[in-house]
Write a protein that binds this ligand. Structure first.
Ligand code: ADP
Ligand code: ASP
Ligand code: MG
Length: 402
């Protein structure tokens, strides 16, 4: 039996926690399991490194930032290997270069393309526990890349897929996936299981418990995925293809504060305008999310959309620079917005779910700026300060509590 176990930052934050991880792995190892362990950087080390970089240069070159960030994961894997050594357990730590984990070129948000499995297989055959740095990869120039914040989950799932592991376990500081972030919604309930599709939407819409690309990969390669606590033995949440019908319309609520609304006002109401606008944004590799176009009036229309806050200034600058060629009157934006979403395959066949969500927000006197929907989700854009209140009210409305 081959398992991939991934431990997040809080789970390896200090000496005691590292030994806690080592002991958990020891049990599995002694049972005869082959183990690949993927680690994040210790505690908030990635944030510390980003702050260090920004002190030296507020806009650090992305290649050099990745070079720095990869040291976080390199520290934790080496320390865990030292702990195993002290316990008399054979292990070896490997970074992305040593494995090798090949990614696309882009720094800060690279995608895994291919993993060489020879070295890992060889080490496993020698009965060593293989400890791999999460979050990092190597591009075709042999430079280090990183997979985006929270990306160690994706490293773990990708390794599980490449090595045909029996299961990929994500150990974290909560004991599973909840109906909402349990730190915000106190009454949130732990789910026994959830489908890949629902989890993918929740993760994409702000449920930070899993990196969304990890769920995408798990679905693509049918990797059995479990989220559980690194500190206790409770069962955790299984993420898989089809789940039991729980009879719930909505399975979870998620929120994303990292959003900015941009509006392009007074565009000419003629074909090709939306194409030109979004083509400019896409060329800068900026992802656009919710899009709203007003109905043309007197030959002019407005287009609003959301982008991640960290790239908002870049998007605004592009639009300002091209205002004349786009024929726009004004660019307007608001950074103090948040997206709040409900997700559930149950709503596919149940009309009125969106209306219930809107009524509940109305009852809480929360204004909705934009709306977008898919078959299994509804997202609203609201003022950031209302986020927690909205999540709690919606969670209550759909009866998701314990
Ligand atoms: P790690 O460092 O282990 O990767 P993260 O901080 O990335 O941990 O993810 C765990 C956190 O995700 C939890 O502490 C919790 O606050 C947050 N979270 C957000 N949404 C959810 C959810 N629906 N269920 C569980 N945890 C959630
Ligand atoms: N250490 C990285 C981060 O903080 C990756 C991860 O934790 O998954 O984003
Ligand atoms: Mg994480």
């Amino acid at each position: 039996m081959l398992t991939v176990k991934k431990f997040g930052g809080t789970s390896v934050a200090d000496k005691e926690r590292i030994y806690n991880v080592a002991r958990r792995c020891e049990k599995a190892y002694r049972r005869g399991e082959s183990l690949i362990v993927v680690l994040s950087a210790m505690g908030k080390q990635t944030d510390v490194l980003i702050d260090m970089a920004k002190e030296i240069n507020p806009n650090p070159p992305k290649r050099e930032l990745d070079m720095l960030l990869t040291t976080g994961e390199q520290t934790s894997v080496a320390l865990l290997a030292m702990a195993f050594d002290a316990m008399g357990i054979p292990s070896i730590s490997l970074n992305a270069y040593q494995v090798a984990m090949h990614t696309t070129r882009v720094h800060g948000n690279a995608r895994l393309k291919r993993i060489d499995t020879d070295r890992i297989s060889h080490e496993l055959e020698a009965k060593r526990i293989v400890i791999v740095t999460g979050f990092q990869g190597v591009n075709k120039y042999d430079d280090y890349t990183t997979l985006g914040r929270g990306g160690s989950d994706t490293t773990a799932v990708a390794l599980a897929a490449a090595m045909h592991a029996d299961v990929c376990e994500i150990y974290t500081d909560v004991d599973g996936v909840y109906t909402a972030d349990p730190r915000i919604v106190k009454k949130a309930r732990k789910m026994k299981e959830i489908s890949y599709d629902e989890m993918l939407d929740l993760a994409t819409l702000g449920a930070g418990v899993l990196h969304n690309r990890s769920v995408e990969l798990a679905k693509k390669y049918s990797v059995p995925l479990v989220v559980r606590s690194s500190l206790n033995d409770s069962e955790g949440t299984v993420i898989k293809e089809a789940t039991k019908v729980e009879g719930m319309l909505v399975s979870g609520v998620a929120a994303e504060k990292n959003a900015t609304r941009i509006s392009v006002i007074g565009l000419e109401d003629k074909p090709g305008v939306a194409f030109r606008l979004f083509d400019l944004i896409a060329r800068a590799q900026i992802n656009v999310d919710m899009i709203l176009q007003s109905i043309g009036r007197d030959g002019s229309k407005d287009i609003s959309f959301t982008v991640p806050e960290d790239v908002a200034d870049e998007a605004i600058k592009i639009l300002e620079d091209n205002k004349a060629s786009l024929g726009a009157d004004k660019i307007d934006f608001n950074k103090n917005v948040a997206k709040v979403s409900i997700v559930g395959t149950g709503m596919m066949s149940a009309p009125g779910v969106a209306a219930r969500m809107f009524e509940c927000l109305y009852n809480s006197r929360i204004n909705i700026n934009m709306i977008s929907t898919s078959e299994i989700r509804v997202t609203v854009l609201i003022n950031e300060k209302d986020t927690e209140r909205a999540m709690i009210a919606i969670h209550d409305e759909f009866g998701l509590e314990d």
